[in-house]
Design a protein around this ligand. Sequence first.
Ligand SMILES: *Cc1c(COP(=O)(O)O)cnc(C)c1O
Length: 387
Amino acid sequence: MREPVLVPRLQPFTSTIFAEMTALAVRHEAVNLGQGFPDTDGPAGMLDAAKNALFGGANQYPPSPGRPELRAAIARHRLRYGVEYDPGTEILVTAGATEAIAASLIALTQAGDEVIVIEPYYDSYAAAVAMAGAERRVVGLVERDGRFALDVEGLRAAVTDRTRAILVNSPHNPTGTVFTRAELEAVAALCVKHDLIAITDEVYEHLVFDDAEHFPLATLPGMRDRTVSISSAGKTFNCTGWKIGWVCASPELVAAVKAAKQFITFVSGGPLQPAVAHALDHELPWAEELRTSLQGKRDRLAAGLAEAGFAVRPTAGTYFICVDVRPLGFADAAELAWELPERVGVAAVPVKVFTDHPDEWKHLLRFAFCKRNEVIDEAVSRLRKLR
Ligand SMILES: *Cc1c(COP(=O)(O)O)cnc(C)c1O
């Protein structure tokens, strides 16, 4: 066989930090605050609905755009932001937000196109842009006024005549930044001016803290019909293994994304779809409790990390908190991340693995706080030994 067998455009993506860190965490019986998944279940009503669907015969292919009751529930849910989508032509159910992002990029961008990606970025973005054959152009967040802010000037400078799309993730993983209306207005102005498609990753839309508010980019003037709005049930309802996501967009954009999606998975999660429809219609109060509880966990972990000697960065949403490791005498958070499981029995993820500019981000380490309080407390008591 010819070597290497993997095509060059995918060669940078052979291993993920999560697999490596999780293996290390298991080897050293470490508390794993690396990967972001909750350690408790979602709402009982949703799990019951899934069980009923599973035993009620919903086990064959659902319709290719997704089950009608789920598309209707997604449309009702999206109305909370004041945007109306036709469940018949403007909503597509996908195998998680991950497939929605990949299918959107594959359908809407190609070789010769540039996609603007904001750094640090969720790890699937770079791989999905590569699968589409397009090129990523990276614009970094900047630390300003005590938060990670959008570099609007940098964003403007990144647009070229080859720019086709911009990928916007807010609430933002890994920094926990929630873009302000003003920041999103700047993105919208650029999209309108240069006729760009926006692809938004809003999987943490319900998980915002304090007075932060989530604004879908599609709600801004000129954006509804050029935005592919993506979300998913995983983070909102503690069911990250279900992989039920969705796309809301104009009929033209949804038809395009569907053209790719139908030959990637065709459909997925048949019996889970009615359960997610139930959750969107009836379990938002549960999601609100999750939000409050996560805000408390954020405060709990932030206080513990500060006591352990890290410089804690603020986080306004998501599952994650970033800390600067330099006050503890480390120059590179990746070095610390590799040592941490063996040295004190905790796993975390260095932020630089989510970037194209590792030097600029090497002082930051990401911890997940979507865990039971006893797990957070155990991690904190172990991390105190670092000093
Ligand atoms: C978890 C996560 C996803 C993946 O969502 P799925 O619905 O599980 O595919 C996408 N984007 C971000 C930023 C995430 O944190």
